[in-house]
Each structure stands twice: as C-alpha cells, then as structure tokens.
Design a protein. Structure first.
Length: 477
C-alpha cells in the first residue's frame, strides 16, 4: 500500500473510532441523529414526535395462539360445524404441508364461550378471565396478518422485520435508537418460559443485534443457576481481585483500540464493566422477598417458581421500574395442531393471570402510562380442523392471513377493538395491520419515526420495517 493509501486508511479508522466512541455516550435517538447530521455518520436515528412510552414489555406467545378460541368470536360457525370450508373463502391460498394433503377442511367452531367485558364491551373467551377483567385497558387488534406460514420465519419476521436471519431484533433497534436509562442493568433483557413440553425452538437471533454493534443485543436471563452466565465470581476469587483483573484487561484493550480503532473493542470494555456492576444489581433484582403478599398474589401461584411465566412477568415489572428499556418474554407451547381444547386450557392457566397481573401492577404503580405492553404470537390458527374433528376436540394449523393481538399502556388507546375478519376468521375484512405496521406503530409510541431509525450496512440504509410499514394512527392515544 502506498503512502496515500495508508493515509486514507488511517483517516477512515480514526473516523470510525471517533464515531464509535461518540455513539456510546449518546443516550437518545435524537442525539444520534444530530451527530449523524454533523458528521455524515453511516447511521441515523430520530424521534418522530413526543414519546408516549419510555419502555416496552413484549409478551411473545411462541407457537401462535388460536384467535378463534381467544379473541375473535364467530358464533355463526356453530351451525356450520363439520362443513367444508368454502373455496370462496380459502381462495386457493397457501397451506402448510401438514394439511395440504387433507381431502376435507371441516369447519371447527370454538367450544369456548365468549362474553363482552368492561365498559368497552370487548369480547374475550372464557379461557382468559383475568385478562377479561382488564378489558378497558386493552387495545385488541383482530386484523393482524403476515406472509410467513411457518414458525421460524414468522417469529423472526415479527421480532426482526425480516424472515431471513441476520437482522437486528426489535429490542436491539430500541437500544440503538434510545440508549439506556440504567447503567447497572442491560438495556434489553430476554426471558423464556414454557408450560407444555416441547414447543418451537427459540434462537438467540430473536434477541440478537444482527449487524448493529453487539452492545445492543439482548441479555438472556436464565431460570437455573446464575440469572446471567458467569455472574458469580469463581470460588476463591474476591470482588477486589476481579476488579483488578478487569482493570488490567481494560488497559490491554485500550492499547488494542488505539492501534486498530475497532468500536467492538470498546463495546467489549463497556460490557465487561456492565457485567461487573450487574454482579451487584442482578441478585437484588431477582430476589422477590421484598414483594408484599398482595403483589405476589396478582401474578398467581406460579410466581414463586423461578423461570415460570408468572415469575418472568413479575421480573419484567421489576426490570421496567429500574429503567430497562425493552423486556422480551417468550412463552412456548401454543402450537396446537391436535388436542387444542385441552392444551390451550393449560396455556391460558399459565399465562392469563400473570399477564393481567402485570398490567394491574404497572397501573397501580403509575408505570402503565409510559410502559407499552404487547401480547402477540407469530400468526394465527385455521378455522378448519387439522385431522379428526369431534364435538369436543380439534386441532388447528398455521394461519398467517389473520390473527389477534392486544396492546396496552404507553401511547395506545384504551378499551378498543380494531379491525375485523370475515365470518370464518380466515381473511381480514377491515383495517388490516401487517407486522411491519405493528412495528412502525410501536416505534411511534416511543417517539421514533420508523423511516428514520436506520443503520448503514453493506452499502444500504436498513431499518426495522425494511421498505414497508405505516403507523396505525387509530391505535394511538
């Protein structure tokens, strides 16, 4: 390389180093945007408006809950029990290989009763009595849809905006755009649980940083042993000795940083320091002994079992009040191709009271106004039965054409139902909301314009919503 080339390389490395260091000290998307405008940075992020929410708790129901049995009441299907689904409804749409070979597609009405609840009159299944009691806090969206028909690409799309692996997750984007509110805890925490054996696998990319700097990836809290790997010092290693070791490693890393200018080196340094501080903050965080009995009772009897959905909901509240920006709960087991009535009862017993308890707890503490809570799976379930249909038993296949979710809290209208499906809960009939629209709206609640929260990678400015998405204004408070 000639002298001119070396000079250009040095200039590029120095610029990258400066930007890397500077971005670590900027806690909001606005700051990043200003820096980008001043310096021509390769990344930009900017707020769309005054934020209504400061943090997000995302209750991801992995496996796809049946909208027909929980939120999308279709009483007219009772008289169609066992009838073939009309071709005029199915319209030759794609099916999974699990039902594409079926000769018949018999209509399977839900066996569960629905009632209207609260002043809003929101229709909710008998399976969710605790959620129903919070009906006037909920915004139920019945017209969600996606193009992904299998679990892994669908949940990857829901969480990263792409069916392909490698993109940053929603929590990583928020960490990048908004920064942290607590230097002693991660900006983004992921929690997992299940109430039925098996369930769809959950890959780390669902809380990963993709091509964003790795400091934005989620930190997974475990249900067994240390909540975070290597949180405890090894036997015989005092905290003071660990401090000296980190100081020595930091000095070596600074030498490396000065020589190479790689921002990831500084990321490692800051993450080492965060891990050291977490040795003090995390044990207190996961210790529920300071919670009064009436609060524990909100979440149900499973709250005492570490790693349960109930315990994770309470942990989510404790994380949120300590300034953690994004808390993601993944609960597995909703993939009910057979024995749906029996299995969904178990899933609802495990998740209904804790979900409602979380909302109630946040509201009592004044946190719900600026905490956005989302309950959603990756797609819905078919109206027709997969396999044998009886009066008390059926299964349902994957269905991307329509499904239901609910949201509550910061920035979202209370006590409303949005969108509608056809008489078979097979196609969206009114006000369709795509996954990209949902993500654009969530960012909007946090004051971020989804079109401006971008990161340049491989020559292209990427964003969570790719080239799609719109803010669904009727959902906004």
């Amino acid at each position: 390389m000639n002298e001119s080339g070396i000079s250009r390389l040095h200039e590029a490395v120095s610029r990258r180093l400066f930007l890397g260091r500077s971005s670590l000290g900027i806690g909001t998307g606005l700051g990043t945007a200003v820096l980008a405008d001043l310096l021509g940075s390769e990344s930009t992020a900017g707020p769309a408006a005054t934020p209504r929410a400061r943090r997000v708790i995302y209750l991801c129901q992995s496996g796809a809950p049946s909208q027909l049995d929980l939120f999308d009441h279709k009483p007219g299907l009772v008289r169609r029990f066992g009838e073939p689904l009309p071709e005029s409804i199915r319209r030759g749409q794609r099916l999974t290989t699990m039902t594409s070979g079926q000769k018949q597609f018999p209509v399977a009405p839900s066996i569960f009763r629905f009632r209207r609840h609260g002043e809003s009159g929101t229709e909710i299944s008998e399976l969710l009595p605790f959620t129903a009691a919070m009906a006037d806090e909920l915004c139920v969206v019945k017209s969600m849809h996606t193009e992904a028909i299998n679990h892994d690409p669908a949940i990857t799309l829901l969480q990263t905006g792409s069916q392909q692996a490698g993109r940053p997750s929603l929590g990583a984007w928020l960490s990048y755009g908004l920064g942290s509110e607590n230097e002693n805890l991660p900006t983004f925490v992921a929690l997992t649980s299940w109430s039925l054996k098996g369930g769809q696998p959950l890959y780390e990319r669902l809380w990963g940083s993709g091509f964003l700097p790795t400091r934005h990836q989620g930190v997974r809290f475990r249900a067994v042993g240390d909540p975070v790997l290597f949180l405890s010092n090894p036997p015989g290693i005092a905290r003071e000795l660990r401090r000296e070791l980190l100081d020595d490693v930091a000095r070596l890393n600074r030498i490396k940083l000065e020589g190479f200018g790689d921002p990831e080196i500084e990321t490692r340094m800051t993450q080492y320091e965060l891990a050291f501080r977490m040795q003090r903050s995390v044990p207190e965080l996961v210790d529920f002994s300071d919670e009064p009995r009436h609060v524990l009772d909100l979440y149900g009897p499973e709250v005492a079992r570490r790693g349960s959905y109930a315990a994770n909901c309470l942990l989510a509240r404790r994380l949120s009040e300590r300034g953690v920006r994004f808390i993601q709960l993944f609960h597995r087991g909703w993939d009910q191709h057979a024995n749906l009535p029996g299995d969904i009862r178990q899933l609802c017993r495990a998740t209904d009271q804790p979900s409602a308890g979380l909302l109630s707890d946040l509201k009592q503490r004044g946190l719900l106004d600026d905490t956005l809570v989302i309950w959603a799976g990756e797609f819905g379930r078919t109206v027709y039965s997969q396999g044998e249909l009886t009066s008390t038993n059926y299964g349902r296949d994957h269905h991307p054409r329509c499904f239901s979710i609910w949201m509550a809290g910061g920035g979202i209208r209370r006590g409303m139902t949005y969108g509608a499906t056809d008489d078979f809960s097979y196609n969206v009939a009114e006000h369709g909301v795509h996954v990209h629209d949902l993500n654009a709206t969530l960012l909007g609640c946090l004051g971020i314009d989804h079109r401006r929260l971008t990161f340049k990678y491989q020559g292209r400015h990427h964003r969570l919503t790719d080239v799609h998405g719109r803010v669904v204004e009727p959902l906004m408070a």
